[in-house]
Write a protein that binds this ligand. Sequence first.
Ligand SMILES: Cc1cc2nc3c(=O)[nH]c(=O)nc-3n(C[C@H](O)[C@H](O)[C@H](O)COP(=O)(O)OP(=O)(O)OC[C@H]3O[C@@H](n4cnc5c(N)ncnc54)[C@H](O)[C@@H]3O)c2cc1C
Length: 381
Amino acid sequence: MSEPSDLLVIGAGAIGLSAAWRAAQRGLRVCVVERDRPGAGATPAAAGLLAPTDPDEWRGARGAFNIAAMAEWPTFAAELEQAGDGPIAYRRDGALRIALDEDERAELALAAAVLGDNGVAHELVDAGGVHAAEPNVRGAVAGLIVDSDAHVDTGRLISGLARACARAGVRVCTPVEPLSTLRDHDGAIEGVRLSDGTEERATLTLLASGAWSAEATWLPEEVRPDVRPVAGEFVALQGDPDAPLVRRAIRGRHGSVAPREGGVLWVGTTVRDAGYVTAPSAGGIHAILDRWTRLVPAIAELGIIRIGHGLRPVSPDGMPYVGASSIPGLALATGHGREGIIHAPLTGEAIAALAAGEELPPLLAPFAPGRRTADRERPGL
Ligand SMILES: Cc1cc2nc3c(=O)[nH]c(=O)nc-3n(C[C@H](O)[C@H](O)[C@H](O)COP(=O)(O)OP(=O)(O)OC[C@H]3O[C@@H](n4cnc5c(N)ncnc54)[C@H](O)[C@@H]3O)c2cc1C
């Protein structure tokens, strides 16, 4: 039997690995259990846009979480590139949100007002301004440019986190998954029994299994979070590295385009509330290409290098669950929906603090796993 850990993380996505790395940096003993391989879930499928521009994403508790997480990103990226000894392609070169009709123009004006309330510099532009900013983008009646927005290559993020965890002494057990919990006399969780017949003991066990968190049958039912999988599909295209089609990330109401290193363009996405789908759908990929070849016609000439999909972990109220559960010894970090890459540094730090025996900051109180969640309208995710 291995030595007990201070933190045992179940799931090696952006959330679980960020928590593991931050905890190990504090000198804690950390073990990660992953049933497949690090990055087997939604994380590497994500556009990696660090650009919340929908009014919903800037308001209330969710907005406060996003603002705090965005503020962590520059330091997180710099430290991770050093600790993982390699680039994660974090680029702070802004994002352009485009409106295609008058309704969407009104939404942009609303988003601009919310950004202004939060002190985020932005520029609302007309069709001419969109053309000046991004000459290859067609059909927009207005745009919203936020220069402080950033994006990251999510494949590199996972490899960087895996390397940083290894260097910080995190043990990663794979491919293996929990079958049941180990409980003490008072019912507190003190680790898990694994599918390879071994046991892992820990002071704090963290459920960070993304869209599969609700399926954690190894946990008592009353602490399994209400999270559903919402699929998103994407296409990666190879562009000319010396003549990128877009200068910055582009967001429309129905998707995004993110420029990556070496001329690669990440183009997405769909929102399919269809359960645990295991492959991208022909209809979804068709819709993405149809939409973006009309908005950026030059895309039609590029070669497809990859199509893929991921399952976003979505809670009923659209907000993540971060913090201690009602059973001592168990914490949750899941339900990050379409903002899990934005949230990773803040959630990771919060879980590391919890594992070190510290209180969570008041900012995180609305995200307590035991909160009551009211169903929101599904399109808002
Ligand atoms: C197409 C698309 C675009 C997106 N774009 C963005 C974006 O631009 N910006 C943004 O902030 N977010 C974006 N997201 C959302 C983001 O990807 C997710 O919120 C985030 O990746 C969730 O991370 P996670 O670590 O919670 O889950 P995951 O990355 O899914 O990781 C969960 C891990 O747990 C493992 N696991 C599951 N069950 C078990 C088990 N029983 N035992 C052991 N291991 C287990 C899985 O194998 C997996 O490795 C996007 C998502 C998609 C699909």
